[in-house]
Design a protein around this ligand. Structure first.
Ligand code: 3PY
Ligand code: MG
Length: 255
């Protein structure tokens, strides 16, 4: 599924399912991208990939059906520009705390063209390879910009963040959000305070006609979040899948 289809399916339902790469391996990205996911996020915040590995992983994802997305390490114009220039069709930005931060993030994803206010610098090296000669004309409309809500400040400002015109939606980080709410690590999404925060962010995005996505610790949580009407869910990441299956096999072998 390519970016236009992904956006259309996010808009019309039933929502899309994305893989999430914490390993810094092009081969692993190729495998995950070929496994049936609609999109794959390369995690450059908590994952292992540096710039060179991110580029190799984007190249590997190019010949899979999955739309390549990148979670950048932070709200940095150079980093966001490099991810997009390297062929990512969307960026997830961690720790967005205010409308001003959302605006800086969104502007970093957009060219100042066609009446759009943007600060993206021109040089879409792989962008034009994967998007074609007219990439510059269509990039502003296609590139997906999702601002992460995962702090108390972000939660308080989620309505204003969602209203920022240059972003496409919100992406919930339940682990950090749980920490921010004083619930420690690994709080279940059903924990009342966390569930209320997730619902608040979802409602803020919906009120602005924006997308909402969420990282999920389990397939069951991802299914529940899709059922609640979210447009993008991530059922864990590659390292968890690997570790879980290794533990299961060892248990079977050793009894
Ligand atoms: C979080 O849950 O805080 C995330 O950032 C998901 O990766
Ligand atoms: Mg987080």
């Amino acid at each position: 599924m390519k970016i236009q289809d992904l956006r259309e399916r996010m808009a019309s339902g039933p929502g899309v399912v994305s893989g999430w790469m914490s390993l810094d391996s092009a081969y692993a990205a190729e495998l995950v991208g070929s496994a049936g996911f609609d999109a794959v996020v390369i995690d450059c915040q908590h994952g292992m990939a540096g710039h060179a590995q991110m580029v190799a992983m984007l190249q590997a994802l190019s010949h899979t059906p999955a739309v390549p997305l990148v979670r950048v390490g932070g709200n940095s114009l150079p980093e966001i520009n490099r991810a997009l220039d390297s062929g990512a069709w969307g960026v997830i930005c961690p720790l967005v705390n205010s409308a001003a931060e959302a605006r800086a993030f969104g502007r970093a994803c957009r060219y100042p063209m066609g009446g759009v206010e943007g600060e993206r610098s021109f040089g879409p090296a792989r962008g034009m390879l994967v998007g074609g000669a007219d990439y510059p004309q269509k990039a502003n409309a296609l590139v997906l910009a999702l601002a992460m809500i995962e702090t108390r400040a972000g939660l308080e400002a989620c309505a204003e963040i969602a209203a920022e015109p240059s972003i496409d939606g919100l992406f919930i980080g339940p682990s950090d959000l749980g920490l921010a709410l004083g619930l420690g690590t690994g709080a279940a999404h059903t924990e009342p305070e966390l569930a209320a925060a997730i619902a608040r962010v979802h409602a803020a995005a919906a009120a602005c006609g924006k997308f909402v996505g969420i990282w999920c610790g389990s397939a069951e949580m991802a299914r529940a979040m899709l059922a609640q009407g979210m447009q993008l869910v991530v059922p864990g990441h590659d390292a968890i899948w690997l570790k879980t299956e290794i533990a299961r096999r060892l248990a079977v072998v050793r009894g």
